[in-house]
Design a protein around this ligand. Structure first.
Ligand SMILES: Cc1cc2nc3c(=O)[nH]c(=O)nc-3n(C[C@H](O)[C@H](O)[C@H](O)COP(=O)(O)O)c2cc1C
Length: 201
């Protein structure tokens, strides 16, 4: 596998369309968060870690998610800007895995999304020192109250809060098949461009 070269390939667009269709199907179920996927990262130490994030956009530029730039995941991404984002939609019996390099989005793009967030989420974004130890629940609540007082009107985006784009080098779709003969299709970026293949399940 190679680093991404071009987002212009038809096969790449086909893969993205198929992921979007799966998300659309998932959105029509009663799933709590149909865009939730598990993001796996590993820093210099090599230990893989995983956690759920919400997909906030998917297009040829990649898969967008937002987080705290001081979090454990962000630390690991600064050491090794590669990740895998895996979705499993139980009601659909479908899985998608997107693997790629990760890039920070621009401040302007983060500002735009931040401005759309509900005030409660914005307060949470300031109050939570994500991934750091917390003395007590009360400490967090007091910080949130302090933020509320500090910003009675508009709440600016905290410097430690932004987004990343996972720029795919592979996209794999899995769907439960008859008699455990599941369907597995993989789109992979090679020096010649995107390729599509079937894989044994
Ligand atoms: C359904 C769900 C959605 C979540 N969405 C996000 C998200 O979009 N961004 C985020 O930073 N954390 C999100 N979290 C929290 C993360 O899973 C995780 O606990 C947090 O980001 C800290 O991870 P880290 O310490 O590995 O960096 C979500 C958790 C759940 C269960």
């Amino acid at each position: 596998m190679n680093e991404p070269r071009s987002a212009s390939d038809d096969l790449y667009r086909e893969a993205l369309d198929r992921v979007k269709q799966a998300i659309e199907r998932a959105s029509q179920t009663d799933l709590y968060e149909p865009t939730a996927g598990v993001l796996a990262t590993a820093g210099n130490a090599g230990w893989p870690t995983a956690r759920t994030v919400l997909l906030k956009g998917l297009d040829e530029a990649g898969a967008l998610f937002y987080t705290n730039l001081c979090s454990r995941k962000a630390q690991q991404l600064s050491e090794n800007p590669r990740a895998s984002l895996c979705f499993f939609w139980q009601p659909l019996a479908e899985q998608v895995e997107i693997c790629g390099s990760v890039v920070r989005i621009s401040a302007a793009e983060a500002d735009e999304y931040w401005a759309e967030r509900p005030r409660d989420s914005q307060i949470g974004g300031w109050a939570s020192d994500q991934s750091q130890p917390l003395e007590s629940r009360r400490e967090l609540e007091e910080r949130a109250a302090e933020i509320e007082r500090r910003f009675p009107d508009r709440i600016p985006r905290p410097p430690h809060w932004s987004g990343y784009r996972l720029v795919p080098v592979s996209i794999e779709l899995w769907r439960a098949g008859e008699g455990r003969l599941h369907e597995r299709e993989r789109y992979e970026l090679h020096p010649e461009g995107w390729e599509r293949m079937l894989l044994n399940p």
